[in-house]
Design a protein. Structure first.
Length: 318
C-alpha cells in the first residue's frame, strides 16, 4: 500500500485544533490513484544507511550498481512448473477490458483469486506470485483497470467492481473446489469487499489495514499529529474492510512483515482482533525481517499459507 502523493494538494492553513501561531499542514487526498514513482528499495536502504553514518562520522561514500537501478520483470512464464498451464483472457467489464491470467494444474481442487497492491502488474510481478504459491492451487491474476494490459481508468469503484467480475467469471462456478481470495496491501481492501459479497471458503490478507482512515492516520508520526490534518475523498473514506467482512463466516489468515512501515503490524493486529470477535477463526502472524510486500519471500509465511489453503500438501510449500 503506497501512500498517495498529495499532487497539487499541499496546503498551509491555520486549523482550529492547532496552535494558531504555528502553521499546520493539510493533506487532501482527492484522488484514489495519485501514486509516487517508486525507487529501488535496495538503493533507498543504502541511501538511508549512508545518511545515518554520515551524521556520525561526517563523510561517507556509496557505490551504486546496475542492480540498484535496473531490475527485470518477474514474468509468469519464468515461474510456472512443467505441469502447470498458462491461459490468458480478456474480460469485458463496465470498467474496461481486463487482462486476466490463469495458472492451472490438472487435478487441483483449490482456486485462488490474487489481488495485488496498487503497483501490481501481472507482467512485472506475476512470476513472484506464482513461484511462491503452492502448485496445488490454481491461480487467477488480474491487472486492475488502467494497469498493465487492462484498459480503463483506476478508481475505487473500478477496482472493486472489476474484482467482483473476475471472481464471478473464474471462481463462482468452481463449486467443487475450495475458493480462496488473497489480497495484499490495497488489494486487501478489494479482497475484503469481494469476500464479504461472494463468501469464498477462505480469505488471506497481507499487509493491509482495517480501513483507510486508520491506515492514513497511522502514517503520520505522533509528533506531527498536532500539526497535520488529513482528509480523504468520499470514495476513499468509505473503504472499511472490517465492516465489509461483518457477515463473512470463513477462516481468515492475516500476515504482515515486522519491518512493514506502510501498514504497521500493530494496526493489523488490531484489525485481526476486531475480525476475530465471535466464532470466526482468524490467524494473525508477524513475519520477521520483512517489509511491505515482502511477506511471501519468507519460508515461514509460505508454510503458513500452504497449511491454511491446503493442509494435505502443506509440506510441499515452495
Amino acid at each position: 500500500m503506497t501512500l498517495p502523493k498529495p499532487r497539487g494538494s499541499l496546503e498551509h492553513a491555520a486549523l482550529p485544533p492547532c496552535d494558531p501561531v504555528a502553521p499546520s499542514i493539510r493533506f487532501r487526498h482527492t484522488s484514489e490513484t495519485d501514486m509516487p514513482a517508486q525507487i529501488s528499495r535496495a538503493l533507498l536502504t543504502k541511501l538511508l544507511s549512508l545518511a545515518g553514518a554520515a551524521l556520525l562520522s561526517g563523510c561517507q561514500s556509496i557505490r551504486v550498481t546496475e542492480a540498484d537501478l535496473l531490475r527485470a520483470d518477474r514474468r509468469v512464464e519464468a515461474a510456472v512448473k512443467p505441469d502447470q498451464r498458462i491461459e490468458r483472457h480478456r474480460l469485458s467489464t463496465p470498467h474496461g477490458e481486463i487482462a486476466v491470467t490463469e495458472v492451472t494444474r490438472t487435478g487441483n481442487r483449490i482456486v485462488m483469486l490474487y489481488l495485488g497492491g496498487n503497483q501490481f502488474r501481472t507482467s512485472i510481478e506475476g512470476g513472484d506470485v506464482v513461484a511462491r504459491m503452492p502448485s496445488s492451487v490454481d491461480l487467477v491474476l488480474l491487472d486492475y483497470p488502467g494497469y498493465g494490459d487492462s484498459s480503463g481508468h483506476p478508481s475505487v469503484d473500478a477496482l472493486m467492481g472489476t474484482a467482483l467480475a473476475v471472481y464471478d467469471r473464474f471462481l463462482a462456478h468452481e463449486t467443487g473446489k475450495r475458493r480462496i481470495v488473497y489480497g495484499t496491501s490495497t488489494g486487501g481492501f478489494v479482497a475484503a469487499h469481494v469476500a464479504g459479497l461472494r463468501q469464498p471458503e477462505r480469505l488471506v490478507l497481507e499487509g493491509t489495514a482495517p480501513d483507510t482512515r486508520r491506515w492514513l492516520d497511522s502514517m503520520v508520526p505522533w509528533f506531527a499529529k498536532p500539526f497535520v490534518h488529513t482528509e480523504l475523498s468520499p470514495p476513499l473514506s468509505a473503504i472499511d474492510s472490517v465492516a465489509a467482512l461483518d457477515g463473512y463466516p470463513g477462516p481468515i489468515l492475516m500476515m504482515v512483515g515486522s519491518r512493514d512501515t506502510q501498514t504497521r503490524p500493530a494496526l493489523m493486529k488490531k484489525m485481526a482482533a476486531e475480525l476475530g470477535r465471535g466464532e470466526r477463526l482468524v490467524q494473525f502472524h508477524v513475519i520477521p525481517g520483512r517489509g511491505h510486500g515482502e511477506v511471501l519471500q519468507h519460508s515461514q509465511a509460505r508454510a503458513l499459507l500452504a497449511a491454511f489453503v491446503d493442509p494435505q500438501s502443506a509440506g510441499d510449500a515452495p
